[in-house]
Design a protein around this ligand. Sequence first.
Ligand code: GLU
Length: 487
Amino acid sequence: MTIRVRFPPSPTGYLHVGGARTALFNWLFARHHGGVFVLRIEDTDRDRSNPEHTEAILHALRWLGLDWDEGPFFQSQGVERHRADVQALLDSGHAYRDFTSAEELARAREVSQLSAGDEDDTRRLPRRRAEAMASGEAEERAANGEAHAVRFRIPEGETVWEDLVHQEMRFQNAEIDDLVVLRSDGSPTYNLAVASDDAEQRITHVIRGDDHLSNTPKQILLYHALDRPVPTFGHVPMILGADGKRLSKRHGATAVGEYESEGILPGALVNFLALIGWSPGDDQEFMPVEDLVTRFTMERVLKKSGIFNLKKLDWLSGQYFNASDAEVLEPLLTEELVASGLVTREDLESRREWYLRLIDLLKTRARRIPDLVDLARPFLTEELVFDVPAMEKHWFKAPVEVLERLTALRSRLEDVPWDLEPLETMIRKYAEEQSVGAGKVIHPLRVAITGREASPGIFEVLAFLGRRRVLQRLDDAIARFDDGAGS
Ligand code: GLU
């Protein structure tokens, strides 16, 4: 049997990280088993659905790399089939026409609560009314155009299924209302449309959020009534913020698109989302998507809610920058650098090899694309912009010593072999001779060479920049002391 799963977002907003996680679990499950991932847009809520949202969702899925094998199907295009399924339910006696108006129902509920307090009293009211009708009456009233809904008759007994996450689930049918499957305006309801579409698209496994648990017995009963095979269900736990509350904007961005705009790498977000509510069973956290596909199983989806821990995303994002080839980062960075006015595309193209080496140097410290842009600045300009707090902290607290050290380093840098190892050895040895920690030498040097408090490893930076530029920068830094900048 080929496994067939689906992701059916409603295009009533952007793609939420919770939805993206559901999509990802389905996609991983499909890819792990060589199955089919179906995309269905559930656009039956005409007022709230719109094509821009659909486009944004498709874009977000593509950005994450969650490619679909079939679809997108649009639920609204299946309305005739949904209605035919409702008719089949009516024909087989699994559904009935309900002429009770909403007001009547509300009034009956009020009365029952006031008197007996038996909350079940009104539960089957529409059914009792339907059954009280003389044979043929309902059809006659319907034929006369009288507004009515169609309700699914919930059978007696209980509904049980073996959930992929929660194991055995049991619902007493007596607790379930006869649900409306077709509204009085002729529109099918969610449960009917979903069961009809899942059957039509031959879905074998329905993997979705815990918030749909109470819909599942209704859908299972509909499959039985429509004589269609019942898929296997797996309900994935909700995502909570770090404070244990339901995930909301308070906890950070909830739209996938925001992470794209922030300059997170999609692989990092995929890896991060996979680890919310799922674990490979060991401590491994950095798992590129191929590893996720290999290791993902539904057995390892956890029952308890997953925590949305942005610190982990940050860490993972850094790991992904570090692991990415410069060629992959190049187009993303180029676009931003050119937009920032720092360089032109032609300039970068003319020294592409140098540029790729620069990316390799910078990517070790980046967690977002904007970090790369920022880190790149000191390498793309001759006019260093000095960070004042960094100067205060590493230069001007002890200007005499710092000036002495920078001057001494400058002279040693003139004839040290220009390579990573000799540079590092020389600088550490100098610190030792001076009986100070290496940081006392490295931090002021970093400020002199990059203008910043933070940069990639200083030895790598020196090696990359080359002797001429390094000496030039040291001269400029030393001149700042001579100018009396430190006094
Ligand atoms: N359109 C529904 C939602 O977005 C789909 C639920 C389901 O997976 O059945 O919640």
